[in-house]
Design a protein around this ligand. Sequence first.
Ligand code: NAD
Ligand code: UDP
Length: 323
Amino acid sequence: MRTPERKSILVTGGAGFLGSFLCDRLLGDGHEVLCADNFFTGTKENVAHLLGHPHFELLRHDVTFPLFVEVDEIYNLACPASPVHYQYDPVQTTKTSVHGAINMLGLAKRLRCRILQASTSEVYGDPEVHPQREDYWGRVNPIGVRSCYDEGKRCAETLFFDYHRQHRLRIKVARIFNTYGPRMHPNDGRVVSNFIVQALQGKPITVFGTGTQTRSFCYVDDLIDGLCRLMDTGDEVTGPVNLGNPVEVTVRDLAERVLALTGSRSPLVFKPLPSDDPVQRCPDIDYARTQLAWEPRTALDDGLKATIAHFDALLRRPGAPAN
Ligand code: NAD
Ligand code: UDP
């Protein structure tokens, strides 16, 4: 597992939800962290507690432009992840995934260092195979509203594997399934943050469609552990590897759990299902279990309780965001 020597590690998108927890973890493991972010969806507040840390550096940088730094490892997380945010400027989303991958792979090639890509279950699109295994090629609409993200991430995977084959780069590709936890942006439109904020504010819970579509929700601590384990595997392990919680729930079930855990009396309101919204999503994590000795440990209710506590404190602050 993790070697004792201190490494210098670049985390792109490090001021975002997952990135900030990854910075915490890497610093906790004794490494130096260079966090690069353009603050599109991430915030300085997510890493404010790290600013005085002697081994932490924050750099405002957009990964669609080349970056010249000296590091030993790269985690490439820069990309908006919520449908609301990645559809806000879809051309920029594709650029972030594709140009961002080219720039970070170019950096890794010059440094001959390992590079990990935060890919996504969205590469499977609206799947007809269930649960999704890594050898399933997916069913993605190439021209729909989610395509900027889905196809951008698919192209980034292609680039990672071409750099591996053509330039013998040491790559790791993680396909991340829906992950939730504290520090999600309260207005980012993802289902867990939406439902919790709505429940805490006594506002209607917006269930899209009939709420029978499924997702599998992984708590952030488990996911970060999976990313670090993947980075620490031998060079023969490239992935792609699914990282997610294989416990599948319907969106309606999630709404009811959030209501029960918050004690809220918010009503459910049913809104139109966004186009290309996947009907079913659940990872097969056998490969991660075998290669990384990894599986999620946090039960959904426990993770939701921690996330609710975070949003509850956030919403009580003066000037708190309104949903
Ligand atoms: P997030 O939006 O909180 O974080 C993304 C970060 O990337 C933000 O800090 C944002 O400012 C930054 N960013 C965006 N465009 C950039 C650019 N051009 N240059 C530099 N920085 C840029 O989202 P997250 O949930 O933390 O997701 C992190 C990564 O994990 C993303 O690549 C996402 O696609 C992937 N992922 C996340 C999930 C999930 O459920 N959270 C699921 C699948 C994949
Ligand atoms: N969703 C919902 N209400 C919301 C936000 C999302 O019912 O307020 C649904 C959405 O249609 C999807 C699921 O919850 O079926 C997960 O949505 P999210 O945006 O979190 O992630 P993704 O669709 O990318 O998996």
